[in-house]
Each structure stands twice: as structure tokens, then as C-alpha cells.
Design a protein around this ligand. Structure first.
Ligand code: 13P
Length: 263
């Protein structure tokens, strides 16, 4: 299979870092990674909404791309508490995470809501990072592939191949994420990335489907990152806890980037 042009490595800081902590983290991460060429690396950070504008002031887009953790699906309107794509663009961010497991399972977002958000992000030239993943129960019942296909077919419904070509997708099994999560093995992650790859090829054609970056997330750390990144359908890693210290994140980047280049 034709290789992606870049390795995608990023972190979602969830509801942890304040503005000051985000700025400190980004400044440190920039320093720690400034000698690493971005030719083959797409490095991104997804901080909290309140930190986005300030985050943009301390790093350049070509050094670290910034994204929002969620987005409303209308430009303006009576949606108290929501943040519109116009507001996200105003901060300087150009990426938006959609349908993270915590949004789906804690805040009860549906596939239809994610579909509206993906379409809205694309209309505003924001790159959508759609997250999909099965629960522990679905895995136990042998429903993982069906769940992934449903999330993809519903969440990406109606997109033209040219639009789909701008998407990023993260496979984040719910049982693998966060404190108490068990990371997926490299074999399991690759198998599910294969299911996702075939589904997007089916929906948008082989050429487009092949180009959509597929990132794995869920208890990635310094020890399992190297073996995950060497799998054919894994184009990047979407990391939580293990990347929240700039030094640890930089160390993962330095380990996996050469492995991926040689893959
Ligand atoms: P952890 O790496 O902490 O499991 O979190 C992953 C995640 O949710 C990234 O979005």
C-alpha cells in the first residue's frame, strides 16, 4: 500500500490543562522538537477551548497544529454552551476533534450529531478528526466491526470523495482509553484499522480511502508506540496521558519517527 506522506502524532489534553499550563506545555514541546524536520511529521495538540487562542500565540502552525476538542454544528444560533466553527477559526486552530469517546459515552452524542459536525467542519475548512471505537460490551459480543462501520457510515454519510480526502480518523476503542484502560495489542489495532480502511475505501473509492490518515489512540505509551507505528494501516498515534509532559511526548516522537520512516 502507498505510504502516507507524514506520520501523525498528536495529543488531546482533555479537561486538564489551564491556559497557563497549555502555554507552558506548548512552548516546551516546541523547544523539545525544534530540531525535528516537519517534512515527515504532522505534530498536533488539541487543548481546551479556553486555551486555544493563547496556544496559537505561542507556537506557529508549521511547528504544531492546533485543534478544538469539539464543535457545534451551526455557524450561529440559540445553542448556549456550544462553540461554532467560526469561533474556532477565530482562535487560529484549523483542526477539530469530533465524536471522542468521552463525548459519545459521557455526554451522549449520537452518530447523527457527529455527522452534522463533520459536514460543518468541512464547510468551514477545518480538518475533522473523527473518532470511532467500540465499547467493551460490543467487543465481547463480537460487534466491534459492525460498530465501527456504523459510526463511519453514519458519521461520514453524504460526503463527496474530495471532502473525505480532507478527513483524519482516530480509532480509539472505548475500553482502551484513559485510567484503567487496556491498550489494544498491535495485532488487534491493525485488524481494526483494516476494517476502517476497507470501509472508507468502500465509501469513497480506493484512492481516497487509502489517503485518509488512520490514527490509533487508547493507552499509547513509550513502550507500545514503536510496535503500533510499524503496522501497515496505522498512520499515526493519538495520545492522552503519556504525552502531557512535553519531554515524554518528545521522547515518543524521537523513538517512533525513524521507525516509521524505515517501515
Ligand atoms: P489515553 O492515551 O490517556 O488513554 O487517552 C487517549 C485519548 O483519549 C486521546 O484522545
Amino acid at each position: 500500500m502507498e505510504k502516507q506522506k507524514k506520520l501523525y502524532l498528536g495529543t488531546n489534553t482533555k479537561m486538564y490543562k489551564t491556559i497557563a499550563q497549555t502555554q507552558k506545555f506548548l512552548t516546551r514541546l516546541r523547544e523539545e522538537t525544534e530540531d525535528i524536520s516537519r517534512e515527515k511529521l504532522e505534530l498536533f495538540v488539541i487543548p481546551s477551548y479556553t486555551a486555544l487562542y493563547h496556544a496559537r500565540q505561542c507556537v506557529q502552525p508549521h511547528e504544531i497544529r492546533l485543534g478544538a476538542q469539539n464543535m457545534g454544528w451551526e455557524d450561529t444560533g440559540q445553542f448556549s454552551g456550544e462553540i461554532s466553527p467560526l469561533m474556532i477559526r477565530e482562535t487560529g486552530a484549523d483542526l477539530v476533534m469530533i465524536g471522542h469517546s468521552e463525548r459519545r459515552h459521557v455526554l451522549l452524542e449520537t452518530d447523527e450529531m457527529e455527522r452534522k459536525k463533520v459536514a460543518c467542519a468541512l464547510r468551514h475548512n477545518l480538518t475533522p478528526l473523527l473518532c470511532v471505537g467500540e465499547t467493551e460490551e460490543e467487543k465481547r459480543l463480537g460487534l466491534s466491526d459492525e460498530r465501527l462501520r456504523t459510526q463511519l457510515k453514519a458519521g461520514l454519510y453524504g460526503l463527496a470523495p474530495e471532502e473525505a480526502a480532507k478527513l483524519w480518523i482516530a480509532y480509539e476503542p472505548v475500553w482502551a482509553i484513559g485510567v484503567g484502560g487496556t491498550p489494544a495489542s498491535k495485532e488487534y489495532a491493525e485488524e481494526k484499522h483494516g476494517v476502517i480502511r476497507r470501509c472508507v475505501e468502500e465509501l469513497f473509492g480506493k484512492e481516497t480511502g487509502r489517503k485518509i490518515p488512520l490514527l490509533y489512540g487508547g493507552s499509547v505509551h513509550g513502550e507500545n508506540a514503536p510496535e503500533l507505528i510499524q503496522r501497515e494501516n496505522i498512520d499515526g498515534l493519538f495520545i492522552g496521558r503519556a504525552a502531557w509532559q512535553a519531554e515524554s511526548f518528545a521522547s515518543i516522537i524521537r523513538t517512533v519517527l525513524p521507525l516509521w520512516i524505515r517501515r
